[in-house]
Design a protein around this ligand. Sequence first.
Ligand code: FE2
Length: 359
Amino acid sequence: MIFKQLNKISCKTYLIGSENSREALVVDPVLNYVPEYVSLLKNEGLKLTHIIDTHTHADHISGAGALAEQTGAVYVMHQLSPVRCVAFRVPDGFECRLGDIPARVMHTPGHTNDSLCLIFSDRILTGDTLFLDDGGAGRTDLPGGDPAQHWESMQKIVKLPDHLLVYPAHEYRGREPSSLAEQKKRNPNLQPRTKEAYTKWLSDMKLTPAEWMGDVLKANYDCSQDPKAARIPTDAPACEVKGTASPKLGEQQTPTISVAEVKRRIAANQLKGAVIIDVREPAELKSDLGAIGGVINVPVGQVAQRLGELEKYKDTEVITVCKSGMRADVAANLLIKAGFKKVFNMTGGMTAFRAAEKT
Ligand SMILES: [Fe+2]
């Protein structure tokens, strides 16, 4: 079996080919690289028969339509795919053969409802259903995403044989593919949890996808072959759970400020020089928890895009706030990396702030 990963970016495209029949399959092609794929196929003497997108991508424009047009290969996706130019839609359990290489499709919704994994005898292409190690899995807050369905998909993956090597559609930190046995040990999304606990774990992060991802989805629904159909930041880890909010997840400890200290300073009128950035969604500021007076509201998913607007606070004390402290930590991290000098995450968020009023 010929097996190659074709891209130099974090978005991974796989070429699978039969040594005997010289037939080939490309999985998750990226539009910008289609000319390279075409010349590689020619140089290797391979005939592209099928192209598969593991799901409707929200972070890059698929090259599948263009590649199908240029090579005559059949564009395949799961039967729930909304992508217009798909030629062949497959159900869960669909079995196929590439020359002498058998493969099976497993429907694994959660990141999107049309997500699938492609299983070969010795490896599994997981799309964004499962990443490697602490990369976890693709985010579940995109249109069609669902944490509960993702949990179901994880249960399917856990039951697969340990020896399968895991090849995801993204790898943002240079991690090397390893076996499913390793992933069962190391990947947080594969750890035993109830469906409720899993759903809560993902939902609590409540991270909003960046606005540009909507443009990418639309381009992919329409099979756009225009690389400028959406403005995509270079190599952003956008399909990660915290991808559009945190460039280097968990790499540093963010300085914190306690609720008690914030309250003390409000009471003593000592917070005047500081800026409080509430990174929840606008509707949450109007919920029962309310908001601290005078905050600036920048939802965590927009922090990266609105850095220019916040630039004037680079030398000011900045306190980030959310519901529980998790999103605020992501936002604080991002601000620190962008050069903000005095950033603190209010520990426990507005939940702790309100609880302190009752004690
Ligand atoms: Fe994705």
